[in-house]
Design a binder for this molecule. Structure first.
Ligand code: EZ4
Ligand code: CO
Length: 402
């Protein structure tokens, strides 16, 4: 088999997605997600100008060699743009390989280790009462694990709670939306949130929380301690993860389980955290960590250190990324949980998907390949819109981590 064409498709059915579609001389095609929220066109240029031309005529079955060729062959390694581009190609190649084998992808990876994939979804409110109600609605929908975020009194809009943060879309004014942050206000309020959620909904539901990179290690340690009573499933992204040694300090102070890694793009970003068992869950995902090939390697490495998997799965990764993740999730022995924030109906129309959700569990489906396609005609109706993730400032104007 030979690769005959590579198409890079950009569409915006509610938010921007970059999709790689690979064509072969035997008529098989494969698709992969290459979306990098807010920097989509950088990945498109990387793919179009540098990678796609080097794929024509290659044997699509040589997935590992193609991965190494683009990773080592660039000389310039790692980074979110490079790795999202490689991921788009790699995921499309696994799709083709599984279709050629006439199997769902999870069968190629080693087969199912479980019947279904536990997921967590999001609930949020501008205040505690609203957040408690939102959790109740999610429980009624059958979810077994819920990430809860709340607005903080005195701060106009906070990560994960307002419309702007949820859509992450700045198309209306073409500048990133700006939020305001105060760590001391946040640290005082969050334990109140989880006290109220436990009082209202009891102990049978798994609860998670995301600090979105905003704390210092000692602040994260305090929050972890203050939340121990609530028995969280995890506390996510407490500190900006460039400073990985900071996790040693957090770990010494709290038994609240820790998750990190949605912005990681290689196995090396997670090495120290895993080797020293400083985290409990690794949040890398196929699109941002270099595709199925690289994500599988990270998952295997994690298993050596009792770290469990927890693929990032917010709406700004396309249903193709979720589909690929679900095949890995169904196979991986050290599975933890899969994030699922749901998709707008327009997105699901553009990306017909074999995966399904039932009673708080996902399943990749039995379609051959990874089971997600793109409706190119429909995608054309949703042209790219320039959009950014928000930025975040302290009350005195200092630019902070979003
Ligand atoms: O902010 O996907 O755990 N999920 C998250 C997400 C991220 C966005 C960034 O692109 O933190 O909501
Ligand atoms: Co997160």
């Amino acid at each position: 088999m030979k690769i005959t064409d590579v198409k890079i498709i950009v569409c915006s059915p509610g938010r921007n997605f970059v999709t790689v579609k690979i064509f072969t001389d035997e008529g098989l095609t494969g698709v992969g997600d290459a979306t990098l929220n807010g920097r989509e066109k950088a990945v498109v240029a990387y793919l179009q100008e540098h990678l796609a031309p080097l794929l024509i005529g290659r044997d699509p079955s040589r997935i590992e060699d193609i991965w190494q060729y683009f990773y080592k062959g660039a000389y310039w390694r790692r980074g979110p743009v490079t790795m999202a581009a490689i991921a788009g190609i790699d995921t499309a190649l696994w799709d083709i390989k599984a279709k050629a084998a006439n199997m769902p992808l999870y069968q190629l990876l080693g087969g199912a280790s479980r019947e279904k994939v536990l997921c967590y979804t999001h609930a949020q409110g501008t205040d505690i009462a609203e957040a408690v109600e939102a959790v109740g609605r999610r429980i009624e929908q059958g979810y077994k694990a819920i990430r809860v975020q709340v607005g903080i009194p005195g701060l106009p809009d906070v990560y994960g709670t307002g419309k702007k943060s949820v859509t992450n879309n700045a198309a209306d004014d073409a500048f990133p939306h700006e939020e305001t942050w105060s760590t001391s206000k946040y640290l005082r309020y969050v334990p109140e949130l989880f006290k109220a959620v436990r009082e209202a909904h009891g102990w049978d539901i798994e609860l998670l929380h995301d600090s979105h990179h905003r704390l210092t290690p000692i602040e994260a340690a305090r929050l972890g301690k203050d939340l121990e009573f609530a028995r969280l499933f995890w506390l996510e992204d407490t500190v900006a993860a460039e400073y990985q040694e900071g996790f040693r300090l957090i770990r010494k102070h709290t038994t609240t389980p820790l998750a990190v890694g949605e912005v990681f793009n290689t196995i090396w970003d997670a090495r120290l955290l895993m080797e020293e068992q400083l985290i409990d869950y690794i949040r890398t995902t196929t699109v941002h960590a270099g595709g199925v090939t690289a994500q599988r390697r990270i998952m295997d490495f994690a298993s050596v250190y009792n770290v469990r998997t927890a693929c990032h799965g917010a709406m700004d990764m396309s249903p193709i990324c979720l589909g690929a993740n679900l095949h890995l999730d169904l196979w991986v022995p050290n599975f933890g949980i899969q994030e699922y924030s749901g998709y707008l109906p327009e997105i699901l129309d553009v990306f017909p998907s074999a995966w399904s959700l039932k009673d708080g569990y996902l399943h990749p489906g039995e379609a051959i390949g990874h089971g997600v396609e793109i409706d190119e005609k429909l995608a054309e109706k949703y042209p790219y819109q320039r959009a950014y993730l928000p930025v975040n400032r302290l009350e005195d104007g200092t630019l902070w981590h979003w």
